[in-house]
Every structure is written in C-alpha cells, then in structure tokens.
Design a protein around this ligand. Structure first.
Ligand code: ARG
Length: 460
C-alpha cells in the first residue's frame, strides 16, 4: 500500500479511518479516465522539458499497458490502496520503476479528480443523449404504426377531449428532446480542462495546460485554479438534468400503469416488462414501470445530496467532495437502465384498439367542439359554455343523448343550431377540426412525425 503523503506523519492511519476514507471501492470506475489524463499530462511534461523525453515515453507506455488491462477487465484493483490515483501510480511503479514517481509532477489529486470526473461526465452523458434518441425513435415508430388510433385525453384524470394517440406520444418525444438539450447545455459548460491548477494555486513549473487540453479534446482550459479544484457545478447540473429526465420517465410510466389497468385496458405491456403475483395467479403487474416511478426518487435524492454536500463548503478542495461520486455514478446507471427499458417498452407495446374505440363513443368528449360551432356562428364564449352545459345536464338528468335531439330540441337551446351540429359528435371529425399549430389535427401530427423521423434518422 502506498500513499501520496505520509513522510511527516508520526504514525499510520487507523484501519477504521482507512475504511471510512478510502474511495477505491467506487472511484475505480474512473480508472480509464485517470490513465488517459495521466498519459496526456506525462506527454506534456516531456514536451515542456520538465521531465526527460525518455521518462515521459516510459510513463506513457506503462500507462497505456495499464489502460489496456483496464479495458480488457484484467486489471486487478488493489482495494488496500486509498483511491484510483494511488492504484494506478503503484501499478505504474511496478511496471517501470522510479520514473513513475515523476508522473505526479505539477499536479495534485485536487485537480486530477476534477479532470477524471469531467472526462467521466463527458463520456457518460453523451452516451445518455444517444440512448435518449433511441427511446425517441422507438416512440416515433410506435406513433407512426398507430397513427389511426384516437384516444381519450385527460385533465384531472377525468375524460376531457379526444386526441390522436400519436399526438400524446409526440408529447413524450418533446419532453425527451428538452432533456437532451439540457444535457448538451451541461456538457458544453463543463468542457474546460482543470489539470495544472494543482492543489489550488497553479504551479511555478513551466507547464503548458493547453497541450493537455488539446490531447484530451477539451476546447479550452479553466481560467482560475481556485475555481477549478472547487467546482462541482458540472456534477450538480448533470444530476439535475438526470432528475428532470427521471421526472419525465415517471410521468410516462404512470400513463402506462394507468393505461394497462383492467379498468382502462388501452395497452398491453409486454410480458418481458411485467411480473406476476406470488399469491394471485391471475395478476400481471407493471412492476418495471412502478420501479421507474420509484427510482425517480433516487434521482432526486442524488441531486439533493450534491446540493447539500456543497452548501456553504469553503473554497477550495475539501474531502467532503469525495462523496460526489456514488450519487453521480448511481444516477448515471439508473438512467441508463431506464432508457434501455423504455426503448424495449415502446418496441413491444400493444394497443387495444377496440377497447379504446368503445371508450370514445361518448358525447361528452365533444362539448368543446359544439361550443366552437356556436362561437363560429357569433355566439359569445360565455353563452356557448352555458348552452352546452344545459344540454349536458338535460342529457344526464334524463338519460338522453345529444344525437337523439331533433331540430326543434336543438333550437330550444340556441337558434344558431342547425341539424349538422350532430356531425361533430365524432372522434374523427373532432381531431380533424382542430386547426391550430401544435394541435392534434392528423395532418399536423403526421407532419410532426415526419419531422422527427428525419431529425432522429428513423428508417421510413
Ligand atoms: N479521493 C479524492 C476525491 O475523490 C481525491 C482527491 C483527494 N485530495 C486530497 N487532497 N485528499 O475527492
């Protein structure tokens, strides 16, 4: 076991203190990023003449070997080492000898850990953006396949109006698009290279930070060494974007849970995403959707954890910051799983068209269409609302329906009514009559589907 410090210590740390403070159990996830950053750093040290070219090469070659092993999964992490940095450094020393001791020149773990975390976020969040696009594709394909389906839509979970199923599905696609843009936004802000800030003040050694940035693909270096080692905004922004994404998924999951109940029976969730009951043989439970709803709590908690961890923390680095890792890693993993599950959900979801058709055979879905009819004939909004309200009341009180009203029945409510108003009691007519941009009008929805197909590269 080797530590980066200790020469001035009168005795070693206690076993309990080690257990409490070691981060290798989780920061081993950063191994490849640590190696990548170190190769870039050693190369720069050589080019700037801070270490010899020969030593720089030796270090880089040794690190590359370690990197290979990590990639292949054959690298043996030593859980008696404090953290990922000392793990790699110790292994490097075993491989190349004392030249390894020069790797840590002009850097500190304080700037190195920020570099590792930024590289991790840049990679993982980009993967998440790609996976969101996969879910969007699956939704758009599912919408396209069911373009003829009209469903009841709800406010207050009470039947409201009819819409195309595709229209509701494209709402999900819009939500996910905003999630992608939030992640892009976070990615662009975190894309600055912190290494060379050292402990907190920079260094007197003639390093070239831009050289490291360029090798690692960062467009620029951080401008303030104090901020560089203190900043965890990028993790908070990532967790915030993931928490909002989770919120979206929990709402979609809730729609699926409701739609798949015996009472609604609009959709069948594939068996592969459901479980049974140990006591009630008839049950098919939407557990995966319920767990998505539940794990959203984890995503919120992880965001909160980082906000609490950093609140009133004095600049610059404090060891508390080590605890930023488990919440971030957990949220990234949970969201990755959720994205895979939602792609599978929409690739396999079945729509019960007949059930839905029977549900929308209900005049109350068309009251706003009747109001619009009157408004187009010059009746005020208020008056139209009253007229249609009275019609609904009479139907409910007397067990009647508007479709049975005669011409004179209609005239009792408003002289503006002609018999053609009854044509409005039809789901197809209702959606077609919508004209405003962003509405459920089938032509407009088809246009939106085509727009998404193009931008998401969906095979047509
Ligand atoms: N394991 C630490 C972390 O994750 C690395 C930095 C430690 N720096 C220090 N000065 N003790 O934050």
């Amino acid at each position: 076991m080797s530590k980066f410090w200790g020469s001035r210590f009168e005795k070693g740390t206690s076993a309990l203190a080690d257990k409490f403070s070691f981060s290798i159990a989780y920061d081993h996830k950063l191994a490849l990023y640590d190696v990548m950053g170190s190769i870039a750093h050693a190369t720069m040290l050589g080019q700037c003449g801070i270490i010899s070219q020969a030593e720089s090469k030796k270090i880089a070659t040794g690190l590359a070997k370690i990197g290979k092993k990590i990639e292949q999964g054959t690298f043996k992490f030593d859980f008696k080492e404090e953290d990922i940095h000392s793990n790699i450094q110790t292994e490097l020393k075993k491989l190349i000898g004392t030249s390894a001791d020069k790797l840590h020149t002009a850097r500190s773990r304080n700037d190195l850990i920020v570099l590792d975390m930024k590289l991790y976020c840049l990679y993982e969040l980009t993967m998440i953006v790609n996976k969101i696009a996969q879910v969007q594709k699956a939704i758009v394909q599912f919408a396209d396949k069911n373009i003829d389906v009209i469903i009841p839509a709800y406010t207050h979970l009470q039947s409201a109006q009819v819409v195309l199923l595709a229209h509701q599905l494209l709402a999900y696609v819009e939500m996910l698009e905003r999630d992608k843009s939030r992640l892009f936004d976070a990615l662009s802000r975190m894309d600055t290279m912190p290494l060379g800030s050292c402990a907190l003040s920079g260094t007197s050694l003639p390093i070239k930070r831009e050289m490291v940035a360029e090798q690692l693909g960062f467009p620029k270096v951080t401008a303030n060494s104090i901020d560089s080692v203190s900043d965890r905004d990028f993790i908070i922004e990532a967790l915030s974007a993931l928490a909002i994404l989770g919120m979206h998924f929990s709402r979609i999951a809730e729609d699926m849970i409701i739609w798949s109940t015996q009472e609604f029976n609009f959709v069948n969730i594939d068996w592969s995403l459901c479980t049974g009951s140990s006591i009630m043989p008839h049950k098919k439970n939407p557990d995966i959707m319920e767990l998505v709803r539940g794990e959203t709590a984890t995503l919120y908690a992880n965001l909160n954890k980082l906000l609490i961890l950093t609140k009133a923390l004095p600049l610059t680095y404090n060891r508390d910051l080590q605890l930023d890792k488990p919440p971030l890693f957990e949220s990234v993993e949970k969201v990755g799983d959720m994205l895979g599950l939602f792609t599978a959900l929409f690739n396999t979801l079945k729509v019960n068209k007949d059930v839905i058709k029977a549900k929308i055979n209900n005049e109350s879905f068309f009251t706003v269409d009747i109001m619009d009819y009157l408004i187009k004939k010059g009746v005020s909004y208020r008056e139209a609302h009253d007229i249609v309200g009275k019609m609904v009341k009479e139907c409910l009180d007397k067990g009647n329906s508007i479709k049975n009203f005669s011409k004179s029945d209609l005239k009792k409510y408003s002289l503006k009514f002609e018999i053609d108003v009854k044509k409005l009691l039809d789901p197809q007519v209702s959606v077609k009559n919508k004209k405003s941009f962003g509405s459920t009008n089938p032509d407009l929805v088809k246009k939106q589907i085509n727009k998404w197909k193009k931008s998401l590269n969906v095979r047509i």
